[in-house]
Design a protein around this ligand. Structure first.
Ligand SMILES: Cc1cc2nc3c(=O)[nH]c(=O)nc-3n(C[C@H](O)[C@H](O)[C@H](O)COP(=O)(O)O)c2cc1C
Length: 188
């Protein structure tokens, strides 16, 4: 698959097979992440592989976040709620969970550059995973104080993504994209 084909084929996966991901494959994904660009090659990303004990702490926090958020929102369709309820039991049964964070900025430009570079690292990782038939979901739950505490991430750091990862049976259908032309303006 070409890089563009992989970019377009990648889907967010929220239900996983129980097959483990071999350590060397996890290491390949982490290594792919580190080839992301970053301002002055600062490489601000920090990775944490989430073990069972930490995951058991995260599960009820995540469940509360959904129950007090989208699950009680009458505008969220029932089929989406059913998917969330299944997923929140144990993060879709993902065999691997990874948190990706970055430290606080020390210069003003890094306020955006650190999180952006860390996001680029996450996208690299998700694409490298997809190439290996591994799916993932980028959860933006990391800035919740209880999640940060469970992950042992200092308050001043930013958790850019929590990523359940695993092999899967079927990729969900692609969600539509707005044509780039509709988002483009041409400056004189
Ligand atoms: C920064 C970011 C935060 C996201 N947060 C969540 C999340 O908290 N929960 C979730 O289920 N999906 C989350 N997603 C996944 C998006 O819902 C998904 O990427 C989007 O619907 C497009 O679907 P696709 O990835 O299959 O193309 C997040 C994605 C990004 C990039």
């Amino acid at each position: 698959m070409s890089i563009v084909e992989t970019i377009k084929a990648r889907r967010t996966v929220r239900a996983f097979r129980s097959d483990p991901i071999a350590d060397d494959v996890v290491n390949e994904l982490l290594e792919a992440a580190t080839w992301a660009p970053s301002h002055f090659n600062a490489q601000p990303w920090e990775f944490a592989l989430i073990g069972r004990q930490t995951r058991d702490q995260l599960r009820p926090i995540f469940r509360d976040m959904l129950e007090n958020g989208p699950l009680k929102n009458p505008e969220v369709p029932e089929d989406k709620k059913a998917m969330m309820r299944a997923f929140m039991q144990d993060f879709g049964g993902a065999p691997v969970m990874l948190a990706v964070s970055c430290p606080p900025a020390t210069i003003p430009s890094d306020i955006v550059d650190y999180p952006l570079a860390t996001g680029a690292a996450i996208q690299n990782l998700l694409l490298a995973a997809w190439e290996r038939n591994i799916g993932g979901v980028w959860l933006s739950i990391g800035q919740h104080p209880a999640v940060k505490a469970a992950l042992g991430v200092p308050e001043a750091h930013s958790v850019i993504g929590v990523l359940p990862l695993g092999y899967f049976d079927a990729a969900p259908p692609a969600l539509p994209r707005t044509p780039a032309a509709d988002k483009l303006k041409r400056l004189p």
